[in-house]
Design a protein around this ligand. Structure first.
Ligand code: PGA
Length: 251
């Protein structure tokens, strides 16, 4: 069975005192680890604090985006090597907010994915359709295009170093979760598409679901055959909720 992963996406939330309280609670509860992995993806300025508080614990951490470039005159950008300097294991790539608010298209996302892999990080590649696309019945087409761009740039060897997160845009931060079956169907589609190139890798790859995951719906979602954990936004900011979701993944 694939191991489950629950990754928190803090987005642009946090503050030194608040982070400390949250991370301390997670460390106390998760301790030396359980049967699921638990990670937090924090804003850049808090990576040092996160590293300090989580080092040596069962929790891992990461960032929410990175530059596609290794170094150079790119004011405001942060490279994979810089994230690695702060002990990051994960980096989100292609989150729908990056795609829609910051104009990151499939090519840019693919370039960032390659930079993450080259920098020794595990990219969490986010894929997802908008409500309009779902209603227009082009969900699979959209997901396939997002996935194929990355496979083309990074190859299946690159994919082997990644985690995928299916996040329907209409379910992010809206309280409207995909039904377990809707999510399962897309997860199965992603796995089948990868299996066309590499059956063993498709079987082994973790595919997380994200979009209004809460303690109340986590058990049912994580119980689906192709859902290997979650990418958690809002509920990742509340220790009790995040821990309950981590516990659901360990069932
Ligand atoms: P949400 O966010 O859990 O608040 O819907 C998920 C995400 O954006 O990764």
């Amino acid at each position: 069975m694939r191991r489950k992963l629950v990754a928190g996406n803090w987005k642009m939330h946090g503050g030194l005192a608040r982070n400390r309280a949250l991370l301390d609670s997670l460390v106390q509860a998760v301790g030396t680890g359980g049967s699921a992995d638990c990670a937090v993806c924090v804003p850049f300025p808090y990576l040092a604090q996160t590293q300090e508080l989580l080092k040596g614990t069962a929790l891992t951490w990461g960032a929410q985006t990175l530059s596609e470039h290794a170094q150079g005159a790119y004011t405001g950008e942060v490279s994979a090597a810089m994230l690695a300097d702060f002990g990051c294991r994960y980096v989100l790539v292609g989150h729908s907010e990056r795609r829609s608010l910051y104009g990151e298209g499939n090519e840019t996302v693919a370039a960032k994915f390659v930079a993450a892999v080259q920098g020794g990080l595990t990219p969490v590649l986010c894929l997802g359709e908008t409500l309009e696309q779902r209603e227009g019945e082009i969900t699979e087409k959209v997901i396939a295009a997002q996935l194929d761009a990355v496979v083309q740039a990074a190859g299946m060897n690159g994919l082997a170093k990644a985690v995928i997160a299916y996040e329907p845009v209409w379910a992010i931060g809206t309280g409207r979760t995909a039904t377990p079956q809707q999510a399962q169907d897309v997860h199965a589609f992603i796995r089948a598409r990868l299996a066309e190139s590499d059956v063993a890798l498709a079987q082994r790859l973790q595919i997380l679901y994200g979009g209004s995951v809460k303690p109340q719906n986590a058990v049912e979602l994580f119980g689906m055959a192709d859902i290997d954990g979650g990418l958690i936004g809002g509920a990742a900011l509340v220790a009790e909720d995040f821990l309950a979701i981590c516990a659901a993944a360990a069932k």
